[in-house]
Design a protein around this ligand. Structure first.
Ligand SMILES: [Zn+2]
Length: 288
């Protein structure tokens, strides 16, 4: 079993949190803090060939389409608004060009980008999602390992929307980002923020720990340091305000409380309110 930090390789770590896979298997995991670089990571880490087991669920929303019922309807509506927001945020101030979306799912973001004239490439490990994406969009959808075959400085914009925390080989992934982006290009990374109010409130039941699907857990300091060490400079941070609501709603469900929608909405609201002062949003977007 590999028990080293996925970034710096140190095996010196302390356990910060004991928690379960609340979403699917109810198996036990813990979150370690690397004493060398400060990164938080999930232990034990499922093997690469076993990790697919943890994604097998009807409920895994990012790969689902056209579901019936109230919550999926709300989710779909919010997703549309969120997509527009994400597109604006990622492309602000740059003309269309070549875009790489890593972990493109069924191609929602690429679909929006193609409508605006971007020439797109996607990376997606799930066969099911990949097949849906291929029917919807023009973009090439490739396997993660095929990133290595692409030439240096291929892209004006690279996006990872809630994907970096899932990545098995963090070091390899960040090195590929550095290699594939053009010198004046942009990298946009969205990840959950365990320093947010909702994370501190729900503790081990915070839905965005999502072990063992999330293997690394970032805050502003650790993520900025990781990218800076490879020569990528943080230009600004942004927020995704809907995530506070969704994550709080999921966390309320894990608590088995009554009225998860109302309580989650309240907690999400409080989280966003506090983040206006602290800057610690439930989900952060980093622009490099
Ligand atoms: Zn480390």
């Amino acid at each position: 079993m590999n028990n080293k930090c996925p970034w710096c390789g140190s095996d010196k770590a302390q356990i910060n949190l004991w928690l379960k896979d609340e979403f699917l298997t109810k198996e036990d995991f813990h979150i370690c803090e690397c004493l060398s670089c400060g990164l938080l990571y999930t232990m034990p880490r499922p093997n690469k060939d076993k990790i697919g087991e943890y994604y097998k669920s009807e409920e895994y929303y990012s790969h689902q389409e056209n579901k019936k019922g109230f919550i999926p309807k709300v989710y779909e509506a919010v997703k549309k608004v969120n997509l527009k927001h994400k597109y604006k945020l990622a492309t602000k101030g740059i003309k269309e060009g070549r875009l790489l979306d890593i972990g493109c799912g069924v191609g929602d973001f690429l679909h929006t980008a193609e409508e605006h004239g971007w020439s797109c490439t996607g990376v997606e490990p799930s066969e099911e999602a990949k097949n849906i994406a291929r029917k919807r969009i023009k973009a090439d959808i490739i396997a993660s390992e095929d990133l290595e075959k692409l030439p240096d400085a291929s892209f004006d914009l690279i996006t990872m929307w809630h994907v970096l925390e899932h990545v098995d080989d963090l070091k390899w992934q960040v090195e590929q980002l550095q290699r594939l982006v053009k010198p004046q290009g942009r990298i946009v990374i969205a990840v959950p923020n365990y320093k947010s109010y909702d994370a501190q409130f729900y503790k081990e039941l915070w839905a965005a720990y999502d072990v063992p699907r999330h293997l690394s857990h970032f805050n502003k300091t650790t993520l900025t340091k990781i990218f800076k060490s490879k020569g990528m400079v943080l230009k600004k941070t942004e927020k995704l305000i809907w995530d506070a609501y969704y994550i709080s709603y999921m966390s309320e469900q894990y608590k088995h409380h009554s009225l998860p929608l109302i309580k989650g909405a309240f907690r999400g609201f409080v989280s966003n309110l506090k983040a206006r002062r602290s800057g610690e949003w439930s989900s952060m977007v980093y622009v490099f």
